[in-house]
Design a protein around this ligand. Structure first.
Ligand SMILES: Cc1cc2nc3c(=O)[nH]c(=O)nc-3n(C[C@H](O)[C@H](O)[C@H](O)COP(=O)(O)O)c2cc1C
Length: 265
């Protein structure tokens, strides 16, 4: 199939909760990367190997610094616009390695905040669906924003065969469903970043206003202002994000407008 030569619009970090060599879940990510190159315009997926991360131990944090391998991982998450999780189900929940990676990148400042995310899984009878709901719950605290639909969970053991012996996805209908997940993640990421056509129109003219003014405006219009609430510790708010290329200001919710600082993004 012809590869689309288009500048990537969004960067996606892809994480797999299984460390197994022939992992079906990592096979889903390989397939997603292939699909993104062939038939999803505007998305670049980078697989991040979580296996070198040490078990979380805050004693490893020295004067606010992390072990190099952890720091490199955190930077990759920070640089990504969104996250694609391939999450196997271990005992009805997410795997230990995946939780460990999530916890490392959650250490302050939280690297996950305000990113769009999607989950895919392959497993036993429910295809890992129960782990997906635990992962969504974890995302609540982290301010990760998961797409709701389509859901992708795959029974890896039911015939016909979905994976080959190396863990590669070989089932065309599953590939088609996987592509739908990527398209949904792409659209939602662009919306969150204020680059969707609807939001661009809505935000035009707000670029120099404070986030409070924007919140006030949306209150009056009875729109959902929580989308525009400000983040602790100067993290990116929606208001911050849509101004990101326009040298605007971010506001620390705890210290108020006086703590406005130049947008660093
Ligand atoms: C410790 C452990 C617990 C498991 N628990 C579940 C489970 O609760 N539900 C399920 O569907 N599969 C469960 N499985 C089976 C995995 O879903 C299956 O091994 C799957 O292939 C793992 O993903 P991977 O192929 O990406 O490594 C478990 C496997 C292990 C090793």
């Amino acid at each position: 199939m012809e590869t689309l030569a288009v500048k990537p619009a969004i960067k996606v970090a892809a994480l797999c909760g299984s460390l197994r060599k022939g992992s079906f879940n990592r096979g889903l990510l390989r397939s997603a990367i292939q699909l993104s190159k062939e038939s999803v315009n505007g998305m670049e997926i980078e697989y991040l190997d979580i296996s070198p991360l040490p078990m979380l131990n805050t004693d490893l944090e020295v004067n606010g610094t992390f072990p190099p391998v952890v720091e490199a991982f955190r930077q990759k998450i920070l640089q990504a616009d969104s996250v694609l999780f391939a999450s196997p189900e271990y005992n009805f929940s997410v795997t230990g390695p995946l939780k460990n990676a999530i916890d490392w990148a959650s250490r302050p400042p939280n690297c996950w905040a305000d990113k769009a995310a999607a989950i895919v899984s392959a497993g036993g009878s429910f295809g890992g669906g129960r782990a997906q709901y635990h992962l969504r719950q974890i995302g609540v605290y982290l301010d990760l924003h998961f797409i709701n639909k389509p859901e992708f969970y795959l029974n890896a053991f039911a015939p016909p065969a979905k994976f080959d012996s190396d863990g590669n996805l070989i089932d065309p209908p599953s590939k088609e469903r996987l592509k739908e997940v990527l398209l949904s993640l792409l659209a939602f990421t662009l919306r969150l970043k204020g680059r969707g056509p609807h939001l661009r129109r809505l935000f035009w003219g707000y670029r120099c206003k404070t986030p409070q003014a924007i919140n006030g405006h949306f209150s009056k219009r009875k729109l959902n202002c929580s989308t525009f609430s400000l983040r602790e510790n100067g993290g990116c708010s929606m208001a911050h994000r849509f101004c990101e290329d326009r040298n605007s200001l971010a506001v620390n919710r705890f210290t108020g407008p006086r703590s406005t600082r130049p947008c660093s993004k």
